[in-house]
Design a protein around this ligand. Structure first.
Ligand code: HDE
Length: 692
């Protein structure tokens, strides 16, 4: 992969909340110590003679090394691997009837946001494209305080009660003796846990589906998972589920691509986001809510809204758009922003409240607690990225890493010494006043009976998908269980699958070479077509990339014709040739951006062979085209470029294969439509077999 270019050092001030930070650019002034003493030399320690021992009195050496020794902070215990961007949220004003939250109620109201995407299991240096759930954590810096929506790219979770979180994470993390495998669920302890805790089944199906290997953050849905309570200005309450719908559509990698990318470009998602933003293609999502009545039952259409292993099908409660999120600025400093950002489910604003979901309740403790270790004390809200954009007037004082210089002599209430301030804010002052709700019951360690059905929605998810998506689930289960050593665990998981869907179970069992057990899968499962991500009409292709294979004799003007058409659709064109440098020297001179050695198919959404290109049987080129073809991407050629496709075994005229005499409008339109479908799945059965 090409290196992502260095950040633009000439930009006047860092973007987003760090604007007010102590910014220290490498701006050409003298090198100093941390105390501001100018230093003549940072390459030689102070020694007794040029061959002598280093002197203890070298305060600069000790300061430099000591600082370095402490440059790392503990990585997040989960979601350690992440990438983030700044942006803006603009309200449609449509949520005004259900919430008094100012940033949602007012039409056109803009709010700064910082969003961090992550994988769950891997360490900070692990690969982006592993099979896993993705974090989708949004910090809204609203005028009424900070609201964090700490969600995932899947609408359900593995466990129903937060007390099990350490268990599922211990099971998913690498085995404790030799710390492997990294960032993988394909190992014994994960499958041991989920086969014993059948409440995990629904989430496991999502993880094994294409949702576990998103194409990019740009094409990933987000979910608040839990049910929240919204409070309107008049005090009326409703129960909601939050959704992020990507404008670019919901798309995934295929498994072989995910595996290749993990080796070829472990930063695949991070790079895609950073490059896209830098190229002026922001990531865009619509924010939406499903609204359910708050009638005191915490259920809707028979679904327990406090059970985080259940979703509400969109067919029963449509997702109503309430605003738009645009991510358009990369961080200025990874550590200061992406690493130090601290999300907390308890960062709520008036108009948004929590429910009794026992998973959410445990999170309300965990997120504050974890920052104390990770960020070294209770003052993490003073870090630039965590500073609210609303005025802060708390009475919290001192502590590790205190950087505020508080004035006033009476940090307590009531006081008479600081003129009685700060004063309490009641609801009419936009204070956060919890809606009084009845709470009673006996203290028990138990779940309600309505949490017991672990299979109906699991079956709903599986049966709502297209057959190619179901194939992928079967292959993912077969792959993951194929990596499990203990026979008893495989058999137990097959018994779980038998209670979801007999066909799913028997296909996985066949792949593992084991007998398929008989279960009691749910009957009367109502499917939810909205759960499938396969599209039948072309969607947007902004931010996508086309690789054009060419040589010095190719139709270079034709490449420019295609480029102009592609750029008008927000798509970029990149030339690939046998060696680097330039092709031609006239007005249509082309820069070779990748060679057959440096390119890999995962980088591009479509490949085209330019007319006039001499047929080549270079094995790297053949592999490139075959891979793209096998992964059901759009491929094409104009003129005699077709010969190169044929040499790679790409069948002309098949689904998603676009060939024309010239790269004119009809070629471009057909190619862009094929890209808009994301994959030519009709080709899958013929080319993929059981490989992906
Ligand atoms: Fe988290 N989770 N979680 N989680 N989670 C953390 O907080 C935790 C859960 C999610 O980009 C930690 O600051 C518990 C559900 C995201 O910084 C920690 C439970 C969902 C991120 C923690 C859950 C999430 C985290 C680790 C069960 C989706 C990354 C570092 C009760 C709705 C945020 C940190 C970022 C991070 C605990 C369950 C999403 C340890 C105890 C459900 C996106 O506090």
């Amino acid at each position: 992969m090409p290196p992502t270019p260095r950040p633009d050092q000439s930009s006047p001030a860092p973007v987003g909340p760090t604007g007010s930070a102590d910014t220290r650019a490498q701006d050409g002034t003298f090198l100093t110590t941390a105390q501001g003493v100018r230093m003549p030399d940072t390459h030689h320690s102070l020694k007794a003679g040029d061959r002598g021992p280093t002197l203890l009195e070298d305060f600069y050496l000790r300061e430099k090394i000591t600082h370095f020794d402490h440059e790392r902070i503990p990585e997040r215990v989960v979601h350690a691997r992440g990438a983030a961007a700044h942006g803006t949220f603009e309200s449609y004003g449509s949520a005004k009837s259900v919430t008094k939250a100012g940033f949602l109620a007012e039409k056109g109201k803009k709010t700064d946001v910082f969003v961090r995407f992550s994988t769950v299991l891997g360490s900070r240096g692990s690969a982006d494209t592993v099979r896993d759930t993705r974090g989708f954590a949004v910090k809204f810096y609203t005028d009424e305080g900070t609201f964090d929506l700490v969600g995932n790219n899947m609408p359900v979770f593995f466990i129903q009660d937060g007390i099990k979180f350490p268990d599922i994470i211990h099971a998913g993390k690498p085995q404790p003796d030799i710390e492997l495998p990294q960032a993988q669920s394909a190992h014994d302890s994960f499958w041991d846990f989920v086969s014993l805790h059948t409440e995990a089944t629904h989430h496991v199906l999502w993880n094994m589906s294409d949702r576990g290997i998103p194409r990019s953050y740009r094409t990933m849905e987000g979910f608040g998972v839990h049910t929240f309570r919204l409070v309107a200005e008049n005090g009326d309450t409703s129960l909601v589920k939050f959704h992020w719908k990507p404008v670019a559509g919901v798309h995934s990698l295929v498994w072989e691509e995910a595996q290749i990318a993990a080796g070829v470009d472990p930063d695949f998602h991070r790079r895609d986001m950073a490059d896209g933003i830098k190229a002026g293609a922001p990531l865009e999502y619509e924010f939406g809510i499903q609204v359910m009545p708050d009638d005191g039952t915490d259920t809707f259409e028979g679904i327990d809204l406090l059970d985080p292993t259940k979703l509400v099908p969109e067919e029963l409660a449509p997702v109503q758009p309430i605003g738009k999120l645009t991510l358009n600025a990369n961080p200025t400093n990874y550590f200061a922003e992406t690493e130090q950002v601290a999300f907390h489910t308890g960062h709520l604003v008036p108009g948004i409240e929590v429910t009794n979901d026992p998973l959410m309740q445990a999170r309300l403790f965990s997120y504050l607690d974890t920052q104390l270790t990770r960020l070294g004390g209770p003052n993490f809200a003073q870090l630039p990225i965590n500073r609210p954009h609303a005025p802060v007037n708390d009475m919290f004082r001192d502590g590790m890493h205190q950087t505020a210089v508080h004035t006033g002599v009476a940090p307590y209430r009531d006081n008479s010494l600081d003129e009685g301030e700060p004063v309490d804010a009641d609801a009419s002052d936009r204070g956060y006043v919890q809606t009084p709700r009845p709470i009673e019951g006996k203290a028990v360690r138990a779940n309600p009976a309505s949490f017991d059905d672990h299979f109906t929605q699991s079956a709903m998810f599986y049966r709502s998908l297209s057959s190619i998506e179901q194939d992928h689930i079967v292959e993912a289960f077969t792959f993951e269980l194929g990596k499990v050593f203990e026979q008893a665990i495989k058999e137990r998981e097959l018994a779980v699958l038998a209670n979801v869907d007999a066909d799913l179970c028997s296909r996985v069992a066949a792949g593992l070479g084991l007998p398929a057990p008989t279960g009691t899968p749910p009957t009367d499962v109502v499917t939810s077509p909205a759960l499938s991500q396969v599209v039948t009409t072309p969607g947007p292709i902004d931010g996508r990339k086309i690789g054009v294979i060419a040589d010095a004799d190719s139709d270079l003007a034709g490449i420019d014709t295609l480029r102009t058409a592609a750029e008008s659709r927000g798509v970029t064109v990149h030339v690939i040739a046998a060696t680097g440098g330039f092709l031609g020297d006239g007005p249509n001179r082309q820069v070779v951006e990748r060679t057959f050695l440096t390119v890999r198919s995962i980088e591009f959404d479509a490949f085209v062979v330019a007319g006039g290109t001499a047929p080549s049987n270079d094995i790297k080129l053949v592999l490139l085209l075959q891979e793209a073809f096998r992964h059901c991407k759009a491929v094409g050629a104009w003129g005699d470029g077709v010969a190169t496709l044929e040499a790679a075994g790409v069948t002309d005229g098949g689904p998603g294969v676009v060939t024309e005499d010239s790269p004119g409008d009809s070629f471009g339109d057909a190619l862009f439509d094929a890209m808009g479908l994301h994959r030519a799945w009709d080709r899958a059965a013929a080319v993929m077999g059981s490989e992906v």
